[in-house]
Design a binder for this molecule. Structure first.
Ligand SMILES: Nc1ncnc2c1ncn2[C@@H]1O[C@H](COP(=O)(O)OP(=O)(O)OP(=O)(O)O)[C@@H](O)[C@H]1O
Length: 263
């Protein structure tokens, strides 16, 4: 178990440009064990970029990032063994079966083939994907089934820090309930979950801390209750709209419909 007083993740003065375009502007954040961070913001705000930088998938940033107390720029990738990641866009070797894919990922993380296979099979079964599916090519899976495989692959090695980018996309209502509960139980055991989602009512319910990114800057950071207090708005959706200064939804929809009707 990690020390609850040491940040699992520390971001200082993080900035990132793509070409001339600034995407992240002086982000600061410390995240502690057991926190469920709902990392939200409008499309293009820079959420995925932040996550990819922390995973070492995007370079060229300025600032300091430490995971488990070690600066990631030091080039020691050992910290990745203790991380799980579900990307926003499912990027999976779908000519493999779930059995082949999950045992491959498990072995990459240092599990033996038989342990990975046993865990994967049981986790698949629990999420409603039985043995007949386990040995079928992932290309034949529905979107939600692929999402479940991704979730399992991110957790097989029992990581302390999980990055989930829109983890509920494609899942049915029952599966969403399971994943919400799963996240709460993992956090209760000291795991840290950093996740992005556009489903505001879920973020509102399960995050114990919400970080709102707008145009590359953090514009709100706190519990849902504290954000509500500061903004005097009711739901997270309303707080989001208020803090990102967006009021034109009706006018935009009206213009869109009128263009659609021009024939
Ligand atoms: N590889 C890239 N090259 C150039 N620009 C990029 C690249 N990746 C992202 N961007 C730009 O950086 C900005 C932030 O993108 P990012 O994917 O981080 O946003 P996001 O907050 O995750 O958005 P969404 O909610 O739509 O997933 C966008 O303007 C995007 O066009």
């Amino acid at each position: 178990m990690l020390n609850a007083e040491q940040p699992v993740l520390s971001i200082r003065n993080l900035s990132m440009n793509y070409g001339d375009k600034p995407v992240l502007k002086n982000i600061d954040m410390e995240v502690y064990p057991g926190q469920i961070i709902g990392y939200i913001g409008p499309n293009g705000a820079g959420k995925s970029t932040t996550v990819k930088i922390m995973l070492g998938l995007v370079e060229g940033y300025t600032g300091d990032i430490s995971l488990f107390g070690k600066r990631i720029s030091d080039g020691d990738w050992e910290y990745k063994r203790n991380i799980g990641y579900v990307p926003e866009v499912i990027d999976i070797y779908d000519n493999l079966t779930a059995s082949e894919y999950l045992t491959f990922v498990g072995e990459l993380y240092g599990l033996s083939w038989s342990t990975a296979n046993m865990k994967a099979k049981r986790l698949m079964h629990i999420l409603g994907l039985g043995e007949e599916v386990y040995d079928k090519a992932i290309s034949s899976y529905s979107k939600g089934m692929k999402q479940k495989v991704m979730l399992i692959s991110s957790l097989l090695h029992n990581p302390d820090l999980l990055f989930l980018d829109e983890p509920l996309s494609g899942l049915d209502a029952n599966s969403v309930m399971i994943v919400k509960e799963l996240m709460s139980q993992l956090a209760a055991q000291g795991k840290t979950i950093f996740y992005s989602s556009h489903i505001m009512d879920v973020v509102e319910k399960i995050s114990n801390r919400i970080v709102l990114l707008h145009e590359g800057r953090i514009v709100a950071d706190g519990t849902f209750e504290s954000l509500k207090h500061h903004s005097q708005e009711g739901t997270l959706e309303q707080i989001f709209t208020q803090m990102t200064g967006f009021h034109e939804h009706a006018a935009i929809a009206e213009e869109f419909v009128s263009i659609v009707q021009e024939v």
